[in-house]
Design a protein around this ligand. Structure first.
Ligand code: SPV
Ligand code: MG
Length: 541
């Protein structure tokens, strides 16, 4: 198996780039994310800083697997390469081989190993007394690491501690050359002096067979241009994130303790929303929407904003959907039908006399502009309730139970219910004539029929295939098509007045398949007083 890791290529590019490049230290997921957010092209996973955030010493007190576990969080949180400060490789050549394999598996771009003995001590603690590794033993460790990497771009940086340990410039140069020869991709030359002199002397004497990396923690006041001119490739700012967070936490904790109040700190610290943003909370909300709701949980969106002008005084104090049909409001009957089919997340889009909507267990969305707007505008008022499985329906419908059941069993992305029996005398509202690519042959259940268009008028020599009932089912891909269609229509003229048939026509014109589920009668939309009389046929209670 070959592990191709784009991050290791990025790190190699940084090392080999003719520009002076920079890494900043990070020690956990959130600090890694902040380093990336600031604009850095790479991260130094500092041994000192990771030890410090565990509050243990930088002496291999944290186990290497604890370090690797932390690296996984850092790598998952970022897209930029991470160079691990791998201390001495956590053991001999064999530990180094396993380390490299594990780092590759976690998406880490490279490791830096230093020529000291395990357990190591931080270079700034009694550096002069620290023993260096045998040069041959360390070259073997580098070769073992290079031989075990599977990604050709994974980088091994060899860190020379001869200047730290006081062994002098010649030893430092000798070791650097040997490590390069052994296959190191770069040399990190470290110094504990507060001036850059010995680093610059090293860079001046270096033959350039490998890129040079430096850590100016002590000689930080040297302008970076000096390093640029000296031919350094990469500067590591090695511990500033842990130090700044410790200072901030010290101040905040002291302040809260002394004040017994948050008032003085609240404006000085990051707000909780920013923490959510860094954690990617939005993405989880979208995923929940997508994956939790698609697990068989269908929602209903019911359009009930209009008065129903042909019902005169009957709708003086309530919207049409709240008309009483044998002692129960029309909308309540609809809600009961949904609940019978386990569609429990029901949203009603109200407008006219919305205060008269007296229903339990439904969400209400308001179209406050119901007088001057149409169905699509109402639908858009409930956009926050769209889901990957939803039924959209007019609120003035009555139908036999099996119609909703069959619609819920249909697996098309967008399915509309079309009545192929056209009884002109019974049409009291908008006729919504429908033309499909095949007529209803009544031969089989769920025929593969697609919508061509919806119109209010018939055409002289082209009889319609049926009437749209005002019921549709939309699933995940269909939802994307529907949202896209809404966006397109919203950005055009006249959106406020558009109807659901306009939406269906837009979908078919855009090449989106709208599937037709044929029925033969057994439904009614209530538009006038006669309809209310006929409504009794659809009620058993
Ligand atoms: C680290 O960041 O852990 C380093 C750099 O190794 S230094 O602390 O300067 O040794
Ligand atoms: Mg270190």
């Amino acid at each position: 198996m070959t592990l191709k890791n784009n991050k290791s290529r990025q790190l190699r590019d940084l090392l080999e780039s003719p520009e002076l490049e920079f890494l900043l230290e990070a020690h956990n997921g959130i600090s890694a994310k902040l380093v990336q957010q600031a604009g850095f092209k790479g991260i130094w996973a500092s041994g000192l800083a990771m030890s410090a955030q565990f509050c243990v010493r930088d002496s291999n007190e944290a186990s290497w697997t604890q370090v690797v576990d932390m690296l996984e969080f850092m790598s998952d949180a970022t897209d930029i390469p991470i160079l691990l400060d791998g201390d001495t490789g956590y053991g001999n050549f064999n530990n180094m081989r396993r380390l490299v394999r594990k780092l590759e598996q976690r998406g880490i771009a490279g490791v830096c190993v230093e020529d000291k003995e395990f357990p190591k001590t931080n270079s700034f603690i009694d550096g002069g007394k620290q023993a260096l590794a045998d040069i041959n033993e360390f070259c073997g460790k580098i070769r073992a690491g290079k031989d075990s990497q599977q990604d050709p771009d994974f980088c091994i940086v060899a860190r020379v501690e001869a200047l730290i340990a006081g062994w002098g410039m010649d030893e430092a140069l000798k070791r650097a050359s040997a490590y390069c020869e052994a296959g190191a991709d770069a040399i990190l030359i470290h110094s504990r002096q507060s001036r850059a002199d010995e680093i610059l002397a090293f860079a001046g004497a270096w033959d350039g067979s490998c890129p040079l990396v430096i850590v100016p923690t002590k000689y930080y006041s040297t302008p970076v241009d000096v390093f640029r001119k000296a031919g350094v490739s990469l500067v590591i700012w090695a511990n500033q994130m842990i130090r700044s967070s410790v200072r901030a936490m010290e101040n905040t904790s002291r302040e809260i303790f002394e004040q017994q109040s948050l008032v003085d700190v609240e404006d000085l610290i990051t707000d909780v929303d920013s923490i959510f943003r860094l954690q990617g909370a939005d993405e989880l909300l979208r995923a929940q929407e997508r994956y939790l709701n698609s697990a068989g949980e269908c929602r209903a969106l019911v359009l009930a904003a209009s008065r129903g002008n042909n019902l005169y005084e009957l709708t003086e104090d309530r919207p049409k959907a709240m008309l009483n049909i044998r002692g129960k409001p029309l909308l309540q009957r609809l809600v009961d039908e949904f609940k019978k089919r386990s569609v429990n997340d029901i949203t009603v889009i109200a407008g006219y006399k919305s205060e008269a909507l007296d229903l339990n267990g439904v969400d209400i969305r308001l179209n406050t502009r119901y007088e001057s707007t149409g169905e699509l505008y109402s639908l858009a008022c409930a956009r926050d309730k769209f889901s990957d499985d939803m039924v959209i329906m007019y609120g003035d419908l009555l139908f036999r139970s099996y119609i909703l059941q069959d619609l819920l069993e249909h697996d098309g992305e967008i399915v509309i219910v079309v009545d192929s029996l056209i009884n002109e005398k019974e049409i009291t509202g908008a006729p919504d004539f429908v033309w499909c690519d095949r007529p209803d042959d009544r031969s089989m259940f769920m025929q593969d029929v697609k919508l061509q268009r919806v119109r209010e008028e018939k055409l002289p020599d082209d009889p319609p295939s049926g009437r749209w009932t005002g019921m549709m089912r939309v699933r995940s891909q269909g939802r994307l098509w529907l949202e896209q269609a809404l966006d397109e229509l919203e950005s055009g003229d006249g959106f406020d007045r558009l109807t659901l048939p306009d939406l269906l026509n837009h979908l078919t014109l855009s090449g989106r398949p709208v599937t037709v589920h044929y029925i033969n009668g057994h439904w009614l939309d209530v538009n006038n007083v006669n309809d209310i009389d006929r409504a009794g046929d659809f009620t058993s209670d």
